[in-house]
Design a protein around this ligand. Structure first.
Ligand code: HEM
Length: 412
């Protein structure tokens, strides 16, 4: 039905109650639903559309937002405050072992974030396999939670309870062992594993060129009890199952559509091992919207090496997801805005002390808002099917050059 027809019917039904007939209640309900859906179509992710996540979580439900930080978080997850920020230290960060550093909760995190930044980028300026794995690790720790869970969520249990042995966490071994060593290096400063995992995800996101600077909080409570099993998505699940799985985590379809864009940076290894390191769009290591466009395209219209996940394809085609998905195709800032808001929510699932958290966004590296690959010509040939052994080297994000190609036996 055309939107103008819906509006006309709705208006006349509201204005002319005297004309009410049996069954009108149902028709009104359907019209209201269609109007809400229409609002959703023009949605801006600000928490007012039916598909925007807006549910409160953790102690925001039980206690309310008492502290300034909790009020800010409530604003972010309900859409009235941006989930990203450019706030940075305005003074020199105190020396690591100084009393001044000990007195500033965020101080030690700026040293941790600096170690992460170094680990997550390569000489090409792109983010590398450790960065991508860190984003996925952040999701797999926090996302192992649902509204009915009594534990799990962003509690560090992915590492502390050995959840790495679960099949769904395959591929996270290297980032888990590196994060464990980083935790050992800094735990005497009182930092927690749950925060370490989520900080790794937000540092990794902004290290990727064009990635947003997501608000980052510390003070979560660690838990070494395993999270409930079976709460992470399956790459072969249908769209309805995936939508319901995320809805049970308080993440509605706009949020899911934004979060899934993390695959923009990805190079899969285990969905199809014969195509290990094949990317999910033609610009792995870059936080751009190519993924949204290329997932919609037929194989003939995208580079041969781009490997689409079935879950991404079915979601992109689902009627409740498609409008938002198409919006992101041409709007990087809209996606970054929505991703940030939704990642803040994700990073706080299962956290029941939101009123005790401290914001440390100021420790994050600066965002890179433009990027030109220095090795584009080589990448284009790889995407077209040449230099098959190159995928693994692209994963390191180091600049690709003719010396490397020759060492692999290729003619540049
Ligand atoms: C429908 C939901 C999702 C499914 C089915 C899914 C599935 C997968 C699979 C199968 C891989 C490839 C792992 C490999 O073979 O190496 C992957 C990679 C990845 N996922 Fe997801 N994912 C989903 C949602 C998310 C979300 C919400 C995030 C983050 C917010 C995320 C972040 C990533 C990242 C960054 C990678 C790349 C890892 C790398 O390159 O090593 N995914 N995902």
């Amino acid at each position: 039905m055309k939107f103008s027809t819906i509006l006309a019917l709705y208006a006349s039904a509201k204005i002319l109650p005297a004309m009410a007939w049996p069954g009108m209640k149902n028709i009104m309900a359907e019209l209201e639903h269609k109007l809400a859906a229409r609002q959703d179509e023009v949605g801006d992710g600000d928490g007012t559309d039916v598909e925007d996540s807006d549910e409160l979580i953790g102690d925001l439900v039980t206690v309310g937002a008492v502290t300034d930080v909790a009020q800010q978080i409530q604003g972010v997850i309900t859409g009235s405050i941006d989930g990203f920020s450019s706030e940075a230290y305005t003074t020199t960060v105190p020396a690591k072992k100084s009393a001044a550093c000990a007195a500033d909760t965020c101080c030690i995190w700026s040293y941790i974030a600096a170690d992460m930044k170094k680990k997550f980028s390569g000489s090409s300026g792109r983010c590398n396999g450790f960065a991508r794995a860190a984003v996925r690790m952040g999701f797999h720790d926090a996302g192992a939670w649902s509204k009915t869970s009594t534990n799990g969520g962003a509690d560090g249990s992915l590492i502390l309870a050995g959840e790495i042995s679960r099949a769904e966490n395959n591929g996270l071994q290297d980032i888990v062992s590196w994060t464990t060593s980083l935790y050992s290096k800094y735990k005497t400063y009182g930092v927690g594993m749950a925060d370490m995992i989520q900080m790794a995800a937000t540092v990794a996101t902004v290290v990727c060129p064009l990635g947003p600077r997501i608000r980052s909080y510390v003070g979560r409570i660690d838990n070494s009890a395993p999270a409930p099993d079976g709460l992470l998505p399956d790459v072969n699940a249908d769209a309805e199952t995936l939508i319901q799985l995320f809805a049970d985590k308080t993440i509605k379809t706009h949020g899911l559509t934004a979060l899934i864009g993390a695959h923009s940076t990805s190079q899969q290894r285990f969905v199809n091992t014969s195509r290990a390191f094949d990317p999910q769009d033609s610009t792995p290591g870059i936080w751009d919207v190519n993924f949204y466009n290329q997932t919609l395209q037929p194989a003939s219209a995208i580079p041969k090496r781009v490997f689409k996940f079935n879950s991404d394809v079915v979601l992109s085609q689902h009627p409740v997801v498609a409008t938002e998905w198409n919006k992101f195709v041409t709007d990087q800032s809209d996606w970054n805005e929505d991703f940030s808001r939704e990642y803040v929510r994700l990073s706080l699932l299962g956290v029941n002390n939101i009123n005790n958290l401290i914001e440390c966004t100021k420790v994050l590296p600066a965002a890179k808002t433009t990027y030109t690959p220095p090795d584009k010509a080589i990448i284009l040939k790889w995407l077209a099917g040449q230099f098959p052994k190159l995928g693994k080297f692209l994963d390191s994000a180091d600049k690709l050059n003719s010396t490397l190609l020759k060492s692999l036996g290729y003619t540049p």
